[in-house]
Design a binder for this molecule. Structure first.
Ligand SMILES: *[C@@H]1O[C@H](CO)[C@@H](O)[C@H](O)[C@H]1NC(C)=O
Ligand SMILES: *[C@@H]1O[C@H](CO)[C@@H](O)[C@H](O)[C@H]1NC(C)=O
Length: 624
């Protein structure tokens, strides 16, 4: 089975992982669950479209069902917030929600607890249907998705693609408006011949500054879906003691994930001969401006940011406070210990260092470091720069794209923030003793040569079904509406590479493969020590080496780091219905989980004369 999402990043690669993906046919019970989930996520902002759901959601009363939760106290706790949040200008239905806002977040977590601690799947559905009609749409969708990914009885369910559930996060507002008109006036379109809306990226066809040509990368639907998924898979607040779940080295995972994103973005910049980004500064003007052209379903626009604006105190934190959060982490690295909630020192050692720094930066982890003394720096930075145009919430500007995992990468400033965050980890890794040669080499093993096919990139078309973005008078209309957005996107031809290895004995090894830069943006050859910061890991797999020469042949499609496209919401829904009628056998495929970095985006866009890259392969002994 494909390891779910980016879990692979740190998971131990097992030798057995090389076996093919087992496919399983969904049974009736699972199909019913699937259908329910798909219905619940459809047109969440429209109340009376699906009468059966509406009736169930309005009849059930949360107050009367405290006994259906394994932790009954969570109901009252939620209700207090629910009453307050239903007031206008907080989080009544219709208002934009952001998990980065402290109060929104608290509220969403409280709903998530109801979903997570519901005694069985049917109860979970009762609460979900109730919430679907009573709670703010954004809060509902966030908590529902997260519960589906973390409840044991729902883990295997496929989720509809995030970009079709929330198309307004992925497509600019002109596309949304065109879809609306197409539905109003369009006639005679069919599933085979839908109405097509050409969607472009911000800054196209005329970029407002040279770097905006990179929006095809930053706004890529697959990349943003992946970011959204990672956030859902690794909620920083879920802890072992309370939720009974275990995340392996979550803080460290987040570091690795951002490092990969950053390296990949660097390579894309290189393809356009742009230099590396500069990290954000607390005390300097932000030089990068951005207009997202993203509109919330209630019609409010995500704010734009002009160039040359300075970070200002927020209503929740001052600039100085956030600066201090960072300083505390940097001090802990230099001092060699963090403080815990119990006011004890947690000593940083080679084994746990990255995890501790990660916990402090991302606010993850159980008991390790004090959450009060080290509140999530990452989130604070995103709020500081995300809310830069309305820091005191004076003008009720809705959340910026930086304040949602599904959209934060759209804003080029994201990578300047990431760079600052990664720099903290660099400060830590520089305190480590360098590896000795013996620690790195596999004795008796030598890579004789590496041979890579010619790499080819190109742009192709990609379709987003707009059904979930449109209002309907009645259910029947849904099946008569055929509107799709079409966008060009980066892709590449699959390629193979061959690594010739000689070994003086039989041995289990792990092969890791990276691509990185060869020249900097001025076409100077880069030193290995600079290159390593921008190495993008594209594969990691176990391999049994035989004594003598072996050619390890591998295809780009074999890599478990990457995921493919998802089938569309309506295709999947149609297949579920057919399978329930016995007309089709629904076979479960893991990639419908949208996990993994998009496979299409493995390589940076090539150039006419060719973009030189470094292909780096390392073979190490396999230690279980
Ligand atoms: C988007 O803009 C690019 C650059 O001008 C252009 O080549 C492309 O055709 C445009 N695509 C659409 C769908 O408008
Ligand atoms: C774990 O989460 C629960 C619920 O949010 C919270 O009450 C508790 O303090 C957390 N425990 C730790 C050790 O962080």
């Amino acid at each position: 089975m494909k390891l779910s999402c980016a879990f692979l990043a740190l998971a131990v690669v097992a030798l057995a992982a090389a076996s093919p993906v087992p496919k399983k046919t969904l049974d009736k019970d699972t199909l019913m669950k699937q259908k329910m989930v798909y219905k619940l996520l459809f047109r969440v902002s429209q109340d009376e479209l699906l009468p059966d759901l509406h009736e169930r959601g309005t009849k059930w009363v949360l107050e009367e069902h405290k006994d259906v939760f394994t932790k009954p106290e969570i109901v009252d706790d939620f209700l207090v917030w629910y009453k307050e949040a239903s007031e206008p200008h907080y989080l009544a239905r219709g208002e934009p929600f952001s998990l980065f806002y402290t109060k929104h977040r608290e509220y969403a977590i409280k709903l998530f607890k109801l979903f997570f601690f519901a005694k069985d799947f049917d109860t979970f559905m009762d609460v979900a249907v109730w919430a679907r009609y009573h709670v703010n749409e954004g809060v509902f969708m966030y908590a529902f998705h997260t519960a589906l990914l973390h409840r044991e009885d729902a883990k295997d369910l496929m989720l509809p693609p995030l970009y079709e559930v929330n198309p307004h996060f992925y497509l600019t507002s002109d596309v949304m408006v065109k879809a609306f008109y197409a539905k109003m006036y369009g006639k005679d379109y069919t599933n085979e011949k839908p109405y097509i809306i050409e969607a472009n990226y911000t800054g196209y066809p005329e970029p407002w500054d040279a770097e905006q040509v990179l929006s095809y990368f930053l706004e890529d639907v697959g990349m943003n879906t992946y970011n959204g998924f990672v956030a859902l898979q690794y909620p920083s607040y879920m802890n072992e003691t309370y939720y009974g779940v275990k995340f392996e080295r979550r803080g460290e995972f987040y570091w690795y994930y951002l490092k990969q994103l950053y390296a990949r973005y660097f390579l894309e910049r290189l393809s356009h001969s742009f230099p590396d980004v500069k990290m954000v500064d607390y005390w300097k003007k932000v030089k990068v401006g951005y207009t997202p052209f993203i509109t919330y379903p209630n019609g409010h626009e995500a704010p734009m940011r002009p160039k040359g604006i300075e970070p200002k105190d927020l209503d929740t934190n001052t600039v100085k406070q956030i600066f201090n959060y960072e300083k505390r982490i940097r001090d802990a690295i230099d001092f060699g210990a963090f403080v815990s909630d119990k006011h004890e020192y947690v000593v940083v050692d080679d084994h746990n260092g990255l995890e501790l720094v990660g916990d402090a930066v991302f606010g993850t982890g159980d008991n390790h470091v004090s959450k009060r003394y080290y509140p999530s720096l990452f989130r604070s930075l995103m709020m500081l720069f995300g809310h830069i145009t309305d820091p005191m919430h004076e003008f009720e500007v809705p959340p910026s794209v930086l304040e949602h995992a599904q959209t934060f990468m759209r804003d080029p400033l994201f990578f300047s923030i990431v760079k600052r965050v990664l720099h903290i980890f660099d400060q830590y890794t520089e305190t480590l003793k360098p590896y000795t040669k013996d620690e790195l080499i596999a004795p008796g093993v030598k890579i004789e040569s590496v041979d890579v096919d010619k790499l080819n990139t190109f742009f192709d078309h990609f379709y987003v079904d707009m059904k979930n973005a449109l209002p309907y008078r009645e259910k029947e209309e849904i099946h008569m509406t055929f509107v799709r957005a079409r966008q060009w996107r980066l892709n590449h031809k699959p390629f193979s590479y061959r690594v010739q290895v000689s070994s003086d004995k039989d041995m289990d090894a792990v092969v890791r493969v990276f691509i990185g830069p060869k020249y900097d943006y001025l076409h100077n050859e880069m030193h290995l020590d600079d290159m390593r910061k921008y190495m993008f890991e594209i594969d990691r797999f176990p391999y049994h080496l035989k004594a003598g020469k072996t050619v390890v042949e591998r295809n780009s499609r074999d890599s478990e780091f990457f995921g493919g496209d998802s089938p569309s919401y309506m295709d999947l829904y149609g297949r579920i219905e057919k399978s329930l009628k016995g007309e089709e056998n629904f076979v479960y495929e893991d990639n419908t989980h949208q996990c993994g970095f998009p496979e299409r985006m493995m390589l940076p866009k090539g150039t006419k004369s060719g973009l030189p890259l470094t292909f780096y392969v390392i073979v190490s002994p396999y230690h279980k």
